[in-house]
Ligand binder design. Structure first.
Ligand SMILES: [Zn+2]
Length: 300
């Protein structure tokens, strides 16, 4: 039979069956620790279920475990190539996760107003005050299992249009290296509504920050949040609960921007997450005379 011919050609066929089992068993056992959804890559968010009451650590860092056993974690832009999950419940289970590396573009942005590249001492004071506001908003612990459950695996684009900037690019402004870009940029005209990609609680609603202009932070609970930058209008208030799809503001070009676009960023704890990994591919533009003109592609 063809089946026996093909199996006899396998290099492992000469080994006793017990040997094969020993070779295959460790990989099978390790995968049983916790089954995960999401992206095991730099900038990826993952979530899964453990037995309720279990304790879970990632490289020694304790993770949140909801009453139903849901846990989540994410990997930063430059996360190491592997991480260890430990689940302690009735027993102890260890699982090594491979974290896929990514390559990031280098993006040179010329012609940005010089003050936004090398701010004055007064502007540095303002930037520090605003950073404290953002840090305080992100440090809030929103314990809303219902919101997180409705969020994981259910993100929608907050605006639809051409993608003009991606997560992780190294930015060089007027020849000066600056922080990488952590958002996904959608180039749509000023005034385009920005809708909540998932439900959340508003933890920051500022009309005019130095770098990010009109800014909203929407917290999805348990350390997971979305930020929306360069808004021309902010239509929510701090502590407001927002449903998925609800309008939270309008696209603009405020702060360090060279043209109108939405910059959507995500964080889990201190790790910057790539929002684009969490949504379906950007839908193609609808044909027809009503289609909006494509705006000049903004860089920051
Ligand atoms: Zn951007």
């Amino acid at each position: 039979m063809s089946r026996s011919r093909s199996s006899s050609s396998l290099p492992g066929a000469a080994l006793p069956a017990a040997w094969l089992l020993a070779l295959l068993w460790p990989a099978t056992a390790a995968a049983d620790c916790i089954s995960l959804a999401g992206n095991p890559t730099q900038g990826g968010l993952l979530w899964g279920q453990v037995a309720p009451g279990s304790r879970v650590t990632l490289d020694g860092q304790a993770l949140d475990v909801l009453a139903d056993g849901t846990t989540l974690f994410g990997f930063s832009r430059d996360a190491a190539a592997s991480a260890e999950l430990v689940v302690r419940g009735a027993g102890e289970c260890r699982q090594r996760l491979a974290v896929a590396a990514r390559e990031y573009d280098i993006q040179r942005v010329e012609g940005v107003p010089e003050q936004t590249v090398s701010p004055s001492p007064e502007q540095l004071d303002r930037i520090a005050r605003e950073q404290a506001l953002v840090d305080a908003a992100k440090a809030r612990r929103i314990v809303r299992p219902d919101i997180l459950q409705a969020t994981l695996g259910a993100f929608r684009w907050p605006a639809q249009g051409p993608i003009s900037g991606v997560y992780g690019s190294q930015r060089i402004y007027n020849g000066e290296p600056r922080n990488p870009h952590f958002g996904v940029d959608v180039a749509v005209p000023t005034g385009t509504p920005v809708t909540a990609p998932a439900p959340g609680i508003v933890t920051l609603a500022e009309p005019d920050l130095f770098f990010s202009g009109g800014t909203v932070i929407l917290d999805h609970g348990f350390g997971l949040s979305s930020s929306f930058l360069h808004l021309s209008a902010v239509s929510v208030a701090v502590d407001q609960e927002v449903r998925q799809g609800e309008v939270i503001g309008a696209v603009g070009a405020t702060g360090r921007a060279t043209g109108p676009h939405l910059d959507w960023r995500m964080s889990w704890r201190n790790a910057r997450i790539d929002p684009q990994l969490l949504v379906p591919p950007m839908p193609a533009p609808e044909p027809g005379p009503a289609a909006a003109p494509v705006p000049a592609v903004p860089k920051p």
